[in-house]
Design a binder for this molecule. Structure first.
Ligand SMILES: [Zn+2]
Length: 457
């Protein structure tokens, strides 16, 4: 058989791409199995042999002296698309220390599992580990520069808090198949910690502060301690738990004061200042140095979790909210719709079903329930659900399994089209507690819905 030269060239290019991809996968699995020098050698070889391929370019990035070598799950509670994915990264870990890094990373999820707020929402979290090689073990500062994966340096505070280079963290995120822009970075030779904008940084072995720094990074919470740690510039920032005014009507937690929660007040001394910053409690919140978050911080954290995680985890069949698409047929054997909702550790979400006639939705009446759900991972963008005034088909129900099934028989409904609506809500009412964990949910994050057009012949 004779092949035209250009076909041969294409075939060779394709086989080179395939070969390179296979070599990349081998290097990645070596890293996943903890064989880091084998992974590094694999990337170096691949970068040399297949420089023109996509996999060769990835390998070239990973063959640099400080680089991403691979990643693995530490705890996987569910699909990334509907979980908070917490990425653990290490800086200043040289090849011979990477085994120690994987051990450190394994110690982090239990810190969250032991913390009451995160324990309740444990199944909403995933933890994954990036294995990052650093050529050096040092932290930049005092005139010295080191070559490390996240380019850590000593920050401009008098205690010398460690900070990392956010652009480097972004570059490591880009090596992952999926991420939420949330990371905890452990700097081997750094001191203290910092957190903000989704990224927490922890120095050395001070991981007892991990949950506190995560409160800053993920929960956008402020400090509730008043001891000076840095030279302040500018005004006090506002956070759910830090106010720049002591006026009870103006503080971000005014709704807790209005509800007269016994542990909430307005106390001066927060955000590492004695004056000019106020906090909601003196009960020793984790954002001060305590074991538990105060109710105000806890509310903010639960809402942040629900900004990423939809209360409805999966449905069968897929939702069918658009009237223009063919409706699901209710055959002689009936139709079954199953919804699986998220499962907090000690309480259940409340699920309600409606079956609404087509006449309920005028053609010009705007989007029907469920048609507005956004595919954006920031659930706050969807906005609150309109209350449904109609009588539900089935009263609100809670199931420990999180599995809710609606069975529709043709005799149950008049013939024609109907919209089935399912709503799930976390009331945040925990057994044995007098107060719900969330008092105010302005974006409607605790609630979700799906809908299906069905037709009874
Ligand atoms: Zn607090």
């Amino acid at each position: 058989m004779h092949l035209a030269p250009w076909i041969l060239a294409l075939a060779l290019a394709a086989s080179s791409e395939d070969e390179a991809r296979a070599a990349l996968e081998r290097a990645e699995s070596a890293a996943r199995a903890g064989r880091f020098s084998e992974a590094k050698a694999g990337y170096e070889r691949l970068a040399k042999r297949h420089p023109g391929t996509e996999a060769g370019r990835v390998a070239a990035r990973r063959a640099t002296p400080s680089a991403f070598l691979g990643w693995d799950w530490v705890v996987q509670n569910g699909p990334s698309a509907n979980r908070v994915d917490v990425v653990l990264m290490g800086d200043g870990y040289e090849l011979e220390h990477l085994k120690g890094w994987t051990k450190l990373a394994a110690d982090i999820p239990p810190l969250f599992e032991r913390q009451p707020t995160f324990r309740e929402y444990w199944r909403y979290l995933n933890f994954l580990r990036c294995d990052l090689l650093s050529a050096d073990g040092g932290v930049d500062g005092f005139g010295r520069e080191y070559d490390t994966a996240l380019n850590a340096s000593t920050g401009n505070t008098f205690a010398g808090h460690v900070v990392i280079d956010r652009a480097r963290v972004q570059a490591m995120f880009a090596e992952l198949p999926e991420h939420d822009g949330l990371a905890i970075c452990f700097v081997k030779n750094g001191v203290l910690g910092t957190g903000g904008g989704g990224i927490a940084t922890i120095g050395g072995r001070e991981y007892t502060t991990t949950v506190h720094e995560w409160g800053h990074a993920f929960g956008r919470l402020g400090d509730e301690y008043d001891s000076e740690q840095s030279a302040h510039q500018g005004a006090t920032g506002r956070a759910p738990n830090v106010s720049d005014t002591g006026d009870p009507a103006q503080v971000p937690w005014a709704h807790w004061l209005e509800a007269k929660h016994p542990s909430v007040g307005v106390y001066e001394g927060a955000a590492a200042r004695r004056k000019g910053a106020w906090k909601p409690t003196t009960s020793g919140c984790t954002m001060q140095s305590g074991e538990r978050f105060c109710v105000v911080c806890q509310e903010a954290l639960v809402l942040r979790i629900y900004a990423f995680v939809d209360p409805i985890d999966a449905t069968t069949p897929e939702p069918q909210p658009h009237r223009s698409a063919p409706p699901l047929q209710v055959g002689p054997e009936g139709l079954e719709i199953e919804v699986r909702v998220m499962r907090p550790s000690s309480h259940e979400l409340e699920v309600t079903w409606w079956i609404l006639p087509e006449a309920r939705f005028p053609v010009t009446g705007g989007a029907a329930p469920g048609a507005r759900s956004t595919t954006s991972k920031d659930r706050a963008k969807r906005g609150r659900l309109e209350p449904l005034g109609d009588a539900p088909h089935r009263k609100p129900r809670r199931e420990a399994s999180g599995r809710h099934v609606l069975r529709i028989a043709p005799k149950d409904l008049p013939s024609g089209k109907h919209l089935v609506v399912c709503r799930a809500k976390d009331t945040t009412e925990i057994r044995g507690e007098r107060w719900p964990w969330v008092l105010s949910d302005p974006d409607g994050l605790l609630e979700s819905e799906r809908s299906w057009w069905i037709e009874v012949p």
